[in-house]
Write a new protein. Structure first.
Length: 338
């Protein structure tokens, strides 16, 4: 690889003179600068971005770390981040996987937005101790260099469960997310809190995976043991749509025999028939706020932790008052194989 030493040797000038010329400094005459730039072009010189970053201690690049890219939530989330980053003179790169973690400690990026459970909280706290700037979307961490921009999962799950109970449901299946998911864990906390207050509600946990296939497998279990009208709260829309697709192939009717509610209000949920009841929030706002907070803490500005507001979107997948016998309070758990 060609270095500025090679350019300096061929031009017969010092390394500092080459550096001034490449950076457009007025410390070099136009004639000398033109000569150096011509030689750099001739030698196919490519600037060493890593070295420049170390010298200036900034890259003007932010990283967002995701566990994976599946599902319909990430598009709007990333779009919101990108808009803010570009407006503030930053570029955005998307990372996934253990090997990409080194980009933060090696200062290849100026800061990171974390929505990736492969980062241990202890790891992030160590980076923060070294001065790295971080915004977390998937955990609660208290550190001066870490800001939390969290989705109000508990409020959303509470809205969903209370809506089903208000319609008269006393038997509710809850299809969870994958192990290690912060969102799933927070939503399940709300499910437990609501049902602890409702002695007559029977709730059955089915282990899911946030994928359509998880909803389909949950539907199989529900079809097999169906005895009376019930409701299903899927902890994301992907699973709710998978469940609705499978139920549509059975004799059970959504909005009559089985009521279904999801979470995320993804684009596809608008086209499910009957319209899927779900929990809505602005994915774009979540992303833009995360980027705004990260840029602020990089600049040394004070910030407060934020929560993203949620609302319930009504639809035909949940019917009105459901008359049925009141069972004894009980809680079961089912496992869905992957």
């Amino acid at each position: 690889m060609v270095s500025i030493k090679d350019i300096a040797k061929k031009a017969g000038v010092s390394i500092s003179t080459v550096s001034y010329a490449l950076n457009g400094s007025n410390k070099v005459t136009d004639e000398t600068s033109s000569k150096i730039l011509a030689i750099a072009k001739e030698l196919n010189y490519v600037p060493n971005a890593a070295a420049r970053t170390l010298k200036k201690r900034e890259s003007k690049i932010l990283g967002v770390f995701l566990t994976d890219f599946s599902g319909d939530v990430y598009g709007d989330l990333l779009s919101g981040m990108k808009t803010v980053c570009n407006a503030q003179g930053y570029d955005l790169i998307v990372c996934s996987g253990k090997q990409s973690h080194r980009m933060l400690p090696e200062r290849m990026i100026d800061g990171a937005v974390i929505l990736d459970h492969t980062f241990a909280s202890e790891e992030l706290l160590q980076y923060a101790d070294r001065g790295h700037k971080i915004v977390v979307l998937d955990r609660e961490l208290n550190h001066p260099n870490i800001n939390q921009v969290l989705l109000d999962n508990k409020a959303g799950a509470t809205l969903a469960m209370e809506h089903l109970i208000e319609q008269g449901h006393t038997k509710i299946y809850v299809v969870t997310g994958p192990e290690g998911s912060f969102d799933s864990a927070q939503r399940m906390k709300a499910v437990r809190q609501v049902t602890e207050r409702e002695a007559n509600v029977e709730w059955i946990e089915i282990v899911g995976d946030f994928e359509k296939s998880g909803g389909e497998q949950a539907a199989e279990l529900i079809i097999q043991e169906y005895t009376r009208p019930a409701a299903v709260f899927c902890l994301n829309d992907e699973m709710a749509i998978g469940l609705c697709n499978r139920l549509a192939e059975s004799e059970l009717q959504i909005g009559r025999d089985i009521d279904v509610i999801g979470f995320d209000n993804i684009e596809l949920s608008k086209y499910v028939q009957p319209r899927l009841v779900t929990i809505d929030y602005s994915k774009r706002k979540w992303g833009s706020l995360a980027a705004e907070q990260l840029i602020k803490i990089i600049a040394g500005e004070p910030v407060d932790h934020e929560r993203i507001y949620v609302t319930l979107v009504d639809g035909g997948s949940v019917c009105s008052q459901v008359p049925q016998e009141i069972p004894s309070p009980i809680r079961h758990e089912r496992a869905v194989s992957s």
